[in-house]
Write a protein that binds this ligand. Structure first.
Ligand code: M6R
Length: 594
């Protein structure tokens, strides 16, 4: 959560910082601000989006500066609580991403010592601590300030008359972008794509002293070399490319994402990961942990792995697992996190590692924290996903799970050949769903006037219903719940009626018949039904009120086409309701605080 940037070099910092911030808004967008060092420190911030701040600001001087886009933790979104936060004299400015656990104690101490802290933020203690310790040495003062802080404190500090920025990473990502006589600091790669493809990923505990010409990284005061990496994402990857919203662009990229992800796995010399037990036999038990949409991918993964490999799979929400989940060294675990930075997922990886488990991460971000603390990483090749609602990264996670399981499949060779042929057909099938966009948009218009919607599915499409409901609620603000079709009659039936539509995901397998029964029961309670069915499935004729017809596909892969259709459905409902599709209220893409 929260995006932070820094620039120091030969150019005017203002337009660079604002442009970088506009690429980081998916991390939080309650308020934003910048601080520039010219003759003293000048701070501009407000409870507006970056575009509005950019329009409102005059041209400012300064070739060094920092910026922030906020997802509020301590203190409501307000001008006072927006970052940068400053010291008493306004000579030190700080942007911060994280939560300072002992901030109240520090704040009380600083207040007793005569500091005047005016915001409700935890961040404000940082510039005041730097001010307290400053004795002519900026770097030393930052080091002393950080040693007082407990919690997570990825931050950048700027001080008047100091030709350097000081950045520190603790518990959330920070990268340095290397330029020619200029350097950049940012929370994430998309911020830097317009300027450089050369980056250094900081590690936890790193402090970086950055000037226009140098980057010096230290751990516990001692210099350390951090390798430079080349970013493979392009500038276009992080632009809307003519689409009205990033979400729509990202939905449309999915055939390519599947192709790219598959191409990488197919060309690899060995299977993506080892799904055998320590003695080479099949594994005893597999644990899959994730949050949100990635959790839904994990639930689908259970059906894929149990169906193909025949090993039991336990899927848990990462945060719940952190507080109660049982684990032993005999478990193998997969943690799914597109960002690789979700705090709950990272905590679960640490718990698994402490128990002696082998952990595989499925992530979309090269160099992410998750990728650095697990035994093995399977990358999805979705490119940067900017819209807060996960779409293409979810589909890429499913591809990774299919590919993980296929080499260990216990099905007969004929069936395996068919599955491999079918998975290669997925880009074409997904394109067919996208070509049917207008019909899905029509269905969305019918749904947009309701305030409560159920999504139902069965078997491997039950988690698809969960994901369809999550997508709809997060971007359209309609209350939506995903249910296993058979569960609906155990309580939620009380809510059915003509004001509560049901979206039914109907697959062409042994779940089809009981789904038809469920839909008949729902229709008897007068709920309008929108059904998703394969083109050869005639069971919904005369039963469902409306139908989205999807390309025929092996049921194992039906979650892919069904999910893409539900993404489009949610998108067009949100658009119809005039919602800010890419930046839904109260959310942020990368949840780096508990
Ligand atoms: O980066 P992660 O995959 O760990 O993120 C987990 C969730 O926060 C995320 O999937 C969230 O539910 C989506 N933005 C929903 O669209």
């Amino acid at each position: 959560m929260c995006g932070i940037v820094g620039y120091i070099g030969e150019k005017k910092a203002q337009p660079i910082l604002l442009n970088c911030l506009s690429k980081l808004e998916y991390r939080g967008y309650d308020s934003c601000g910048i601080a520039l060092s010219a003759s003293g420190i000048e701070v501009h911030k407000d409870i507006v989006r970056v575009k509005a701040l950019t329009r409102a600001l005059p041209t400012l001087d300064g070739m060094a500066g920092i910026g922030h886009t906020r997802w509020a933790t301590h203190g409501e979104p307000s001008k006072l609580n927006a970052h940068p936060q400053c010291d008493c004299k306004g000579r030190i400015a700080v942007v911060h991403n994280g939560v300072i656990n002992n901030f109240q104690k520090l704040r009380d101490q600083l207040t007793e010592e005569g500091h005047n802290l005016t915001s409700q933020t935890d961040t404000e203690v940082i510039p005041h601590l730097i001010e307290k310790y400053y004795n002519g040495d900026f770097e030393k003062a930052v080091g002393l300030a950080l040693s007082d802080i407990e919690g997570s404190y990825t931050m950048i500090a700027l001080m008047a008359d100091e030709p350097r920025l000081i950045a520190a990473r603790k518990d959330s990502p920070l990268i340095i972008g290397i330029g020619d006589r200029e350097n950049y600091i940012a929370s994430d790669v998309p911020a830097l794509l317009d300027y450089t493809s050369r980056v250094i990923y900081l590690e936890d505990g790193d402090v970086a002293v950055v000037t226009a010409d140098t980057v010096e990284v230290k751990q516990n005061g001692a210099g350390i070399i951090r390798e430079e990496h080349k970013i493979l994402w392009s500038v276009e990857d992080a632009q809307k490319g003519g689409y009205e919203h990033f979400m729509l662009k990202e939905i449309h990229e999915q055939p390519k994402v599947i192709r790219d992800t598959l191409a990488e796995y197919i060309s690899a010399a060995e299977p993506a990961a080892d799904l055998t037990g320590d003695d080479g036999s099949s594994m005893d038990d597999m644990l899959v942990l994730a949050c949100g949409t990635s959790y839904h991918a994990g639930l689908i993964g259970k059906y894929i792995i149990e169906g193909l490999v025949n090993v039991p799979v336990r899927v848990e929400l990462a945060d719940e697992f952190n507080y109660s989940g049982h684990v032993s060294a005999r478990n193998k675990a997969i943690v799914i996190t597109q960002s690789g930075e979700t705090i709950d997922a990272l905590k679960s990886i640490r718990k698994l590692k402490e128990a002696g488990c082998q952990v595989i991460a499925i992530t979309n971000v090269v160099g992410s924290t998750a990728s650095r603390i697990v035994d093995r990483t399977i990358y999805t090749r979705a490119g940067p996903e900017i819209s807060v609602a996960a779409t293409k990264t979810f589909i890429a996670q499913l591809i990774a799970l299919y590919w993980l399981a296929l080499p260990y499949s216990r099905v007969d060779i004929g069936r395996l050949d068919d599955l491999v042929l079918e998975i290669r057909q997925l880009p074409v099938k997904v394109q067919q769903v996208l070509d049917n966009e207008a019909a899905i948009a029509d269905c969305a218009r019918q749904l947009a006037g309701f305030e409560n919607v159920f999504f139902i599915g069965k078997g491997i499409n039950y988690p698809v219903a969960l994901e369809g409901a999550l997508k709809l609620k997060e971007i359209s603000y309609i209350h939506a719940e995903g249910y296993a079709a058979g569960e609906l009659k155990h309580g939620p039936f009380a809510l059915l009626g003509d004001k509560t539509p049901v979206v039914a995901v109907v697959a062409q397998d042994n779940t089809c018949e009981p789904m038809v029964t469920s839909i008949k029961e729902i229709k008897a309670r007068k709920s309008p039904v929108l059904a998703l069915v394969g083109e050869e499935n005639e069971t919904m004729e005369g039963l469902a009120d409306s139908v989205i017809t999807l390309p025929q596909i092996d049921p194992l892969f039906s979650p892919v086409v069904n999910s893409v259709a539900l993404q489009l459905l949610a998108y067009y409902v949100a658009r119809e309701r005039g919602c800010p599709v890419d930046f839904p209220r109260n959310l942020a893409k990368s949840v780096t605080v508990e």
